[in-house]
Design a protein around this ligand. Structure first.
Ligand SMILES: [Zn+2]
Length: 185
């Protein structure tokens, strides 16, 4: 990868031999491998022992989870916050694992819509809850830095499962708690 980064430096008109850039190919390789480590880590290992039986039927909501990912079209960051909620049906997931599942799918080349769906499908498959929702609000540098999107504008995606889809009251409660507008209204 270091040779490829060196080629990119030449292609953009830089001199990869100037002293300040000497370690740049190695740094880019290291950071890109870290930002895409989701490809190389096991979701099974990550979730090992994290799901437990519990009769609770109260909605579980984790708000404002920081999300950092890379858009697959430009390999530039998009970042923001995720809100995840579910109504359990006999199983709970350790709360700290929800951000880890998001990170697993965020640390790779992504589009925001697919990231949202993958997190929802994974949690839905593991928990088999009565209902589940994932909302992701993100700013895309490929748009704001290039002037396509206005500074500060945010793209919102949501993925709903179970009774968050079928029950308007459950959906409304989730979206109100997540602090995002209900798209069905
Ligand atoms: Zn992009």
């Amino acid at each position: 990868m270091k040779d490829a980064v060196r080629d990119i430096l030449v292609a953009i008109g830089e001199n990869p031999d100037r002293p300040e850039l000497e370690r740049t190919p190695a740094r880019v390789e290291e950071s890109l491998l870290d930002l895409t480590r989701g490809y190389r880590e096991s979701l099974e290992d990550l979730l090992q022992g994290a799901v437990f039986e519990d009769p609770s039927q109260t909605m579980v909501l984790v708000r404002d989870i920081p999300v950092y990912s890379l858009c697959e079209h430009h390999i530039l960051p998009f970042f923001g916050k995720a809100h995840v909620a579910y109504i359990p049906a006999g199983r709970l997931l350790g709360l700290s694992k929800i951000p880890r599942v998001i990170e697993h799918f965020a640390r790779r080349l992504q589009v925001q819509e697919r990231l949202t769906e993958q997190v929802a499908d994974t949690l839905n498959g593991v928990l088999r809850p009565r209902g589940l929702g994932v909302v992701l609000e993100a700013t895309h540098l490929c748009m704001v830095m290039r002037g396509i999107q206005k500074e500060g504008s945010v793209a919102t995606t949501s993925a709903l499962r179970g009774n968050f889809l079928s029950d308007p009251r459950a959906r409304a409660e989730f979206l109100a708690l997540a602090g995002v507008p209900n798209p069905t209204r």
